[in-house]
Design a binder for this molecule. Structure first.
Ligand code: ATP
Ligand code: MG
Length: 336
């Protein structure tokens, strides 16, 4: 088997705890070359740069990127200096347009949110007009942006044997922007007619309600940037919080895998961060690299660790980060 090159960026806070643990697990599943690079607020303080160009270069040379978490400093800590989050830089530089967030508790809840990752309200076009005393944010929805993320969602559904794709929008109010997203959604769905994938659409507010009330109606959700951000955090509440929520950022050429959670400064350094969100992101990376068997073994290993109650305090257990990882590795060895 090919020896894959993995760019490893720990970042800040608990990123420095959960990433090494995930690397330790991955070493039991394949022969990888791990290349460590730097990014984040600590990197910024040390080198004056939140993401040195060498980090981006290495990321582009590798087969996949494993990313921990980075701290966003408070404005007063910056003393007027400009800090742009490295993850936003990477998403842009590598054109990682689809953000995939599977929501699964390994039992009855199992759906995936695919969020457009490059445009919408996140383009950073905000201004204040003192004449009219209006603050304005521009929401950019391009044809190309809609097409590629919707297409990605259908391809994802096919590959993962999913049966339904739901478009989530607010086209009744945002007639032009979400109108375009919705129109392209149904256009693309025509290309997938022969596969018998059910398609439908919901308003974002209705979706927020159903995620709490009846999440089983969802299979694959595809939506714009801000809605996807909010709904996926809401949905992670269904599966016991951020400690179990993995994610992938995918483009046509690169894939970056990271836990949904941030650097969790409140628990950093205590050895109690839940490593499972990052380990599950590692499983998504294995799948992306074509190591389907290994990916499945890793997911099964995490499932049995959770079922047996070998968890950190956030999931009600009393194990340390390291001990949970040891349990995962034990299970991996059983299945391999
Ligand atoms: P950032 O600014 O880096 O996004 P944050 O505080 O906004 O940090 P998170 O880091 O996602 O957001 O943390 C939110 C809450 O979830 C915190 O209370 C944190 O302790 C908890 N949390 C996050 N990640 C984990 C983890 N891996 N294990 C246990 N608890 C976690
Ligand atoms: Mg956060």
């Amino acid at each position: 088997m090919k020896k894959y090159k993995i760019c490893v960026i720990e970042g800040d806070g608990v990123g420095k705890e959960v990433i090494p643990e995930t690397v330790r697990v991955l070493k039991n599943l394949g022969d990888f070359q791990f290349i460590k690079e730097y990014a984040g607020y600590e990197c910024f303080k040390k080198y004056g740069d939140a993401i040195p160009s060498k980090t981006v270069e290495t990321a582009k040379e590798c087969d996949a990127i494993l990313f921990g978490a980075v701290t966003t400093p408070k404005p007063h800590e910056l003393e007027g200096k400009v800090y742009r989050s490295p993850i936003l830089t990477l998403r842009r530089e590598l054109d990682l347009y689809a953000n995939i967030r599977p929501i699964s508790n390994f039992r009855d809840i199992d759906f995936v949110i695919i969020r457009e990752n490059t445009e919408g309200l996140y383009v950073g076009r905000e201004y204040y007009n003192p004449c009219t005393e209006e603050a304005v944010a521009e929401r950019v929805i391009s044809k190309k942006g809609c097409y590629r993320v919707v297409k990605f969602a259908f391809e994802y559904a096919l590959k993962h044997h999913r049966k339904k794709v739901t478009c989530v929008h607010k086209a009744n109010v945002l007639r032009v922007t979400d109108g375009l997203f919705l129109k392209i959604f149904y256009q693309v769905s025509e290309e997938y007619k022969e596969y018998n994938i059910e398609v439908n659409d919901y308003l974002v507010d209705t979706t927020a309600m159903y995620i709490v009330k009846n999440p089983k109606i969802f299979d694959v959700i595809v939506t714009t940037n801000l809605f996807g951000d909010i709904l996926s955090d809401e949905a992670s509440g269904l599966i016991g919080g951020l400690g179990l929520a993995p994610s992938a950022n995918i483009g046509d050429r690169y894939g970056l895998f990271e836990p949904v959670h941030g650097s969790a400064p409140d628990i950093a350094g205590k050895g109690i961060a839940n490593p499972l969100a990052t380990i599950l992101s590692g499983a998504m990376m294995l799948y992306y690299l074509g190591m389907k068997k290994e990916s499945k073994i890793l997911r099964m290993a995490v499932k049995s660790v959770v079922e047996k109650g070998y968890t950190t305090p956030d999931l009600g257990g009393n194990l340390k980060t390291r001990e949970v990882t040891d349990k995962v590795i034990e299970e991996v060895k059983k299945y391999s």
